[in-house]
Write a protein that binds this ligand. Structure first.
Ligand code: CDP
Length: 235
């Protein structure tokens, strides 16, 4: 990729600055505060807890009750506090993605509540939310196969770009591919795409997203180790 810059000064394959801190909500079992460019996210995890009513329980695994919400003040036009179709869809697919990381089969007949609140939004909030939720799940001490490292990649101004901000997303030819990977296994856990791209371009975008997810994973590991020091670091 060239060294040319985007309007915000980033090169095409550069992430926005990311800062993550664990254990910020003392009444949650696990929590994470995440700044990702101008996105601000708080994720909490509680559980596993018994499912009520009992007939909704799954005897083979825990149900991940993932709620993605945007604060009314998180976007330029006041967001209704009532969850809309978008919030519900993001919640559903993100819950499934998180299931790839959490060993849900170890907690049959239970529910794990995951709440993610977007305090400030500048595109890429669903991937920032999943990245934070996965850290909150680890902070809660849940048995996990790995972490979910999520990032978007796509096209803006005819260029393949990593981590689109709102300005990139609002360009005329924009393609936005939200991806989540189970790391370090590099298994794809979520892929959603807005816009049109041919097969070759889709492959390039996915490749760009995976490289971005590897960087996100490094940041997540640092956040984990700063709260839970591990000799020799995490793989
Ligand atoms: O945030 P993400 O890219 O995952 O989702 P999106 O549906 O592609 O939304 C992109 C951006 O549009 C959000 O991050 C917000 O900045 C903005 N947005 C908004 O202004 N009002 C909404 N009701 C929803 C999104």
């Amino acid at each position: 990729m060239s060294n040319a810059k985007r309007p915000d000064g980033r090169s095409y394959d550069e992430l926005r600055p990311i800062k993550a801190e664990l254990g910020i909500a003392k009444n949650a079992d696990g929590s994470c505060y995440l700044e990702w460019g101008k996105n601000i996210v708080v994720a909490t995890v509680n559980g596993p807890r018994p499912v009520l009513p009992k007939h909704l329980a799954d005897p083979s695994k825990a149900i991940i009750n993932y709620k993605y919400r945007m604060a009314t003040f998180s976007v330029s036009e006041r967001k209704s506090p009532v969850p809309g179709k978008r919030d519900k869809e993001i919640s559903l697919v993100s819950g499934h993605a998180l299931e790839a990381a959490v060993m849900v089969e170890q907690f049959p007949n239970t529910m794990i509540d995951v709440n993610v609140l977007i305090l400030s939004a500048d595109a890429g909030t669903r991937v920032a939310a999943l990245t934070a939720a996965s850290l909150a799940a680890a902070d809660a001490g849940l048995a996990m196969r790995g972490l979910i490292s999520a990032v978007a990649a796509g096209r803006a101004n005819k260029q393949i770009v990593l981590d689109l901000n709102k300005e990139d997303e609002d360009t005329e030819d924009a393609v936005d591919m939200a991806c989540a990977f189970l790391m370090p296994q590099k298994e794809l856990a979520l892929l959603q795409m807005d816009g049109f791209a041919d097969k070759k371009e889709c492959s390039k975008i996915l490749e760009t997203a995976l490289k971005g997810a590897e960087k996100v994973y490094e940041i997540q590991k640092k956040a984990l180790v700063s709260k839970y020091p591990v000799e020799g670091g995490i793989q």
